[in-house]
Write a protein that binds this ligand. Structure first.
Ligand SMILES: [Zn+2]
Length: 454
């Protein structure tokens, strides 16, 4: 997918008005020209910057052309990971994080937070920073820094067709009083390309952050409805951790935290893609030339929040961990822990025979976030034999759109008499507050280790 960089640069330079030099060492400056009271990065400057990142860091940076704006400007995605390994060291798939910025072309501070988030991992990887190395060995970070380059370059909220791109997504499009949403969902090439990228590259993401400027706030779904999202526990848990340890930034559902809106990328990311999704709004103090505070200092707190969300991405879904399976003539007793911070409500246990065929699927059970469940499952249709195996089939989160996963289990069932299991269940602490606290303690501990190593 990587385009011929030389060619692009030639084309760029041919028709280029002077832009600030885009040195990859310049951690302080958002490279670009001041426009009004904004410090502005042109699409051309960004193009040079991301190509330089890719040229200088082939071990960790891949540059992908995700499509074009209405005026034909490339929508660059910077993919950052330790590309010497396609998987984690243990052979499992890496976690996936998706970030985009610049839906609104006059919101430079939000766009620059997307840029800074990418730059932080690149620079800190090169310095051998333990947190950055750990993250990139276990995670793919995909960043589409500037979704609306046409609007960006003329300093306007809208794209070139005067459409509000963040009202143009195919999730309850144009079903509320709204700014210019376009002629149809995904009528604009920018939003169509973004959703295509989500589906093609990051459909397994366990975090999506879309960056804007306005009121200093983080917004989780929904914008469309005042009600809390199905995975409210996950969002509440993240808010608790962020506000206790990192930042007092308000974190609310968008409808009540800002105002009702529909057809947004946030609601699409959660409601259609099933991602845990935040709109990250930096404040509106886009600085004045001459009194420019270094960007990485200006946005240091916001970047800390991003690092927390990215370092802990493993937790932003249900992670079922089976402790034991006991089989009797009538039923199966499953003891299962949830190591993740999202609940799951449609889980089932499956038995796979020696030929690999699923011969039995249990009734559905739920496991709350950071909790345990002992599920007693009817097994009258189960033909159990020692040479078969077990697997779990469940959704990563509660929202209907959440991805389904199939996870083979490396655990053998134990046999029991039907008389025993009733005793087994007595006194077992279902939904015990102790296990919930234990779950949060683990995350706090991880967070602490991050800080110690930073
Ligand atoms: Zn915006």
């Amino acid at each position: 997918m990587r385009v011929a960089v030389g060619l692009v640069l030639c084309l760029l330079l041919a028709g280029l008005t002077p832009v600030a030099s885009a040195s990859s060492e310049s951690q302080e400056a958002w490279p670009g020209e001041p426009i009004d009271n904004h410090v502005h990065m042109t699409w051309a400057a960004l193009t040079m910057e991301v190509n330089e990142w890719a040229d200088d860091n082939p071990d960790i940076v891949r540059l992908v052309d995700a499509g074009s704006s209405e005026l034909g400007k490339t929508l660059w995605v910077v993919q950052i990971s330790d590309w010497s390994m396609e998987t984690k060291a243990n052979g499992k798939a890496k976690e996936i994080v998706y970030i985009d910025g610049g839906h609104h072309g006059n919101e430079y501070l939000g766009t620059s937070l997307a840029w800074l988030s990418a730059q932080w991992y690149i620079e800190n990887w090169n310095q051998g920073n333990e947190e950055a190395v750990n993250v990139l060995q276990n995670t793919e970070i995909h960043v589409l820094i500037m979704l609306n380059p046409d609007g960006n370059d003329i300093d306007t909220r809208w794209n070139i067709n005067q459409v509000d791109l963040n009202r143009n997504y195919d999730h309850f499009w144009n079903t509320c009083p709204t700014t210019q949403p376009g002629s149809a969902a995904f009528s604009e090439s920018e939003t169509a390309a973004n959703s295509q990228y989500m589906n093609d590259y990051v459909s397994d993401a366990d975090l999506y952050v879309t960056m804007h400027t306005g009121v200093w706030i983080m917004l989780y779904p929904w914008g469309k409805w005042a009600s809390q999202p199905s995975d409210w526990e996950l969002f509440y848990g993240i808010r608790e951790e962020v506000q206790a340890n990192i930042s007092e930034i308000p974190i609310q559902n968008a409808n009540q935290g800002l105002y009702p809106n529909c057809g947004t990328s946030r609601d699409y990311g959660y409601g259609v893609m099933g991602f845990p999704t935040f709109t990250f709004e930096t404040d509106d103090e886009q600085f004045v030339p001459g009194s420019v505070e270094a960007l990485n200092e200006r946005l240091a707190e916001e970047l800390d929040v991003m690092r927390y969300l990215i370092s802990n991405v493993w937790y932003w879904r249900a992670r079922l961990d089976v402790q034991s399976i006991q089989v009797s003539d009538d039923h199966v007793v499953l003891d299962v822990e949830n190591l993740g911070m999202a609940s799951t409500t449609n889980a089932s246990l499956q038995f796979v025979d020696s030929s690999g065929e699923v011969t039995w699927t249990s009734s559905l059970f739920s496991v709350n976030q950071s909790n345990s469940t002992v599920a007693q499952l009817d097994a009258t249709n189960l033909s159990y034999s020692n040479d078969g195996t077990w697997q779990l089939y469940y959704q990563k989160r509660v929202i209907d759109a959440a991805k389904w996963v199939t996870e083979p289990l490396e655990i053998n069932a134990t046999m029991m008499d039907d008389d025993e299991d009733s005793n087994f269940l007595v006194g077992y602490g279902l939904f015990s507050p102790t296990t919930i606290l234990a779950g949060f303690a683990v995350i706090s501990l991880l967070r602490k280790e991050d800080e110690d190593s930073a």
